[in-house]
Design a protein around this ligand. Structure first.
Ligand code: PBG
Length: 325
């Protein structure tokens, strides 16, 4: 006769039972695919540190968006590699800028896709920092004006959501005010509220050609050791009018995701960043891990930690996997 009363294994015996009691559910409709728009036509150039990720000319951005939508991914976030860069990031808020053109193309080709624009200056500045520079310092308030202009031009091009990622103080408030003044009060703000200075952005900086020419981003992005400060950043953005909060990176900051989830009621996004993607890719290529399982387990952990939506370079692969192809 059995002496054990509690046998959790009863609920793990068969796939059907496991599915029945599954807590965190990953779904294609919660995934956002990042895409990198570059000049030219017919360009689809793979990023060497991010296999499966490409610099895409605008025609290809539209095509890949359509494929993603077809696979069940409802949203893209667009980044841009401009023709030329300067001190004041002119390309970020140009009416015919690369991201603005990419937004229009996706709008036109895939009308039901949710179009999100990353609002930052680092891809457009000659020095690669996320704001205006004077005397070696990234100026806060002067940068707000350019970020607000960038957000308005992205919204005018048709973005549903703008996503400020520069980590300038007051950026959400400045952008909200500028959007409202321009009659764009229907455009939402997904704030990169809690963004850490991270080594895991390495591959992205190759993809977006946005590595800082000098120094690093520690004077504006957060210190990895700080959790209480993350709550303060989130709170400020709630007060400034954010519609979504984001924590970034995701995997190395699951504890932060959980804490933000528990403290705030806004929809919460997590960015599974380039380095976190590249690690799985690299290990899989070496034959050290099963890529699909590692992908799904990682994305599930982000969901379990409290994210409602996940930005991931794996969005299409994960969606196809979840739908059983
Ligand atoms: C722009 C921005 C970055 C990322 C998203 N928006 C780079 C950075 O802050 O250096 C990183 C995304 C990734 O690594 O996948 N500021």
């Amino acid at each position: 006769m059995s002496t054990l009363t509690h046998r959790p294994r009863r609920l793990r015996r068969r796939a059907g039972v496991r599915a029945l009691v599954r807590e965190a559910r990953l779904a294609p409709e919660n995934l956002i695919l990042p895409l990198f728009a570059c000049p030219g036509e017919g360009v689809r150039r793979e990023v060497s540190s991010m296999p499966g990720v490409f610099n895409l000319s605008v025609d290809w951005v539209a095509r890949e968006s359509a494929a993603a939508f077809e696979a069940g991914v409802p949203a893209v976030i667009l980044f841009g590699l401009p023709e030329s860069k300067d001190e004041t990031a002119t390309g970020a808020y140009a009416e015919r800028g690369i991201v603005q053109e990419a937004i229009r193309a996706v709008r036109r080709e895939v009308p039901d896709m949710v179009v999100i624009a990353d609002t930052c200056l680092c891809e457009y500045t000659s020095h690669g920092h996320c704001g205006v520079i004077r005397g070696g310092e990234v100026l806060n308030d002067e940068s707000l004006e350019l970020l607000a202009r960038t957000a308005v031009s992205q919204a005018e091009a048709g973005a549903d959501i703008v996503a400020p990622s520069a980590m300038m103080d007051g950026q959400v408030g400045a952008i909200r005010e500028a959007l409202d003044e321009a009659g764009l009060e229907h455009v939402a703000i997904m704030s990169y509220a809690v963004k850490y200075a991270s080594a895991f952005y390495g591959p992205f900086r190759e993809a977006a050609d946005s590595a800082p020419a000098f120094g690093d981003r520690r004077a504006y992005q957060m210190d990895a050791a700080n959790a209480r400060e993350a709550m303060r950043e989130a709170e400020l953005d709630v007060m400034e009018g954010a519609d979504f909060l984001m924590v970034k990176p995701a995997v190395a900051y699951l504890d932060i995701l959980r804490q933000v989830r528990d403290r705030f009621d806004l929809p919460l996004a997590a960015y599974h960043v380039s380095g976190e993607y590249a690690m799985i890719k690299a290990a899989a290529r070496l034959g050290w891990m099963d890529e699909k399982r590692a992908m799904l387990e990682t994305l599930t952990s982000i969901k379990r930690a409290g994210a409602d939506v996940i930005l991931t370079y794996y969005a299409v692969e994960a969606a196809r996997e979840l739908r059983g192809r």
